[in-house]
Write a protein that binds this ligand. Structure first.
Ligand code: 5GP
Length: 196
């Protein structure tokens, strides 16, 4: 998505350790026009998949996920994070190691919200090592739901997430793919533009 790439170049900042800060339009402050375009783009891309639910992880997956769900006209579910869960039969649960926060969280969705009748589109803001997506896929599998694909706003292609998920047979679509953040420069896989 060209509009997204331009926004990343204009308002994104590179932190050390391969982290891109996008809190001016995605992860803290939100640009609703851009999010609406993002949602429509995901909905168009997965239009043939007969999606019944969009699933994401709180907090920063929620905005792109809800706009995608709006465009697809289906509900959106966000998995909740907590430090440790008392296991309950009513919950689908999994563990996710966070790349940015370097902590492991348990994530959960109420069992009654996802069923084997569902075809799920998983949406997340970033794909780094694929742990968040893997945890969400596990929740869908526990429910017996079909995962139609994974929609990512910003993929860091220099990390291993895409490989991990494709090896697991998941269809991954990313709207912006970053090849490198070296030396504070954002380079897209498509080599469209560079910025310091
Ligand atoms: P993964 O599980 O794929 O390693 O990491 C994905 C999660 O980590 C995303 O849900 C996102 O919240 C966070 N994340 C990973 N890399 C970045 C980054 O460069 N910038 C920001 N803002 N979040 C990131």
């Amino acid at each position: 998505m060209k509009q997204l790439q331009e926004k990343i170049l204009k308002e994104g900042t590179v932190l050390g350790q391969g982290v891109l800060k996008v809190d001016r339009f995605l992860t803290h402050q939100v640009d609703p026009q851009l999010m609406a375009a993002i949602g429509q783009d995901f909905a168009n891309y997965f239009a043939e998949e007969k999606i019944t639910k969009v699933v994401t992880l709180e907090a920063s997956g929620i905005t792109p996920a809800v706009f995608t769900a709006l465009s697809l006209d289906v509900p959106m579910i966000y998995a909740r994070k907590s430090k440790s869960l008392t296991l309950s039969d009513e919950l689908l649960t999994s563990s996710v190691y966070s790349f940015t926060k370097q902590v492991t969280s348990d994530i959960s969705i109420s069992r009654h919200l996802l069923t084997e009748e569902d075809t799920v589109l998983i949406i997340d803001d970033f794909l780094a090592n694929g742990q968040a997506a893997k945890g969400l896929i596990e929740l869908c599998q526990q429910a017996g739901a079909n995962v139609a694909g994974l929609g990512i706003v910003i993929e860091k292609s220099f990390q291993s997430g895409r490989q991990l998920l494709e090896d697991a047979g998941i269809h991954v679509y990313s709207q912006a793919r970053i090849a490198s953040l070296d030396n504070g420069e954002i380079t897209f896989v498509e080599k469209e533009t560079i910025h310091g």
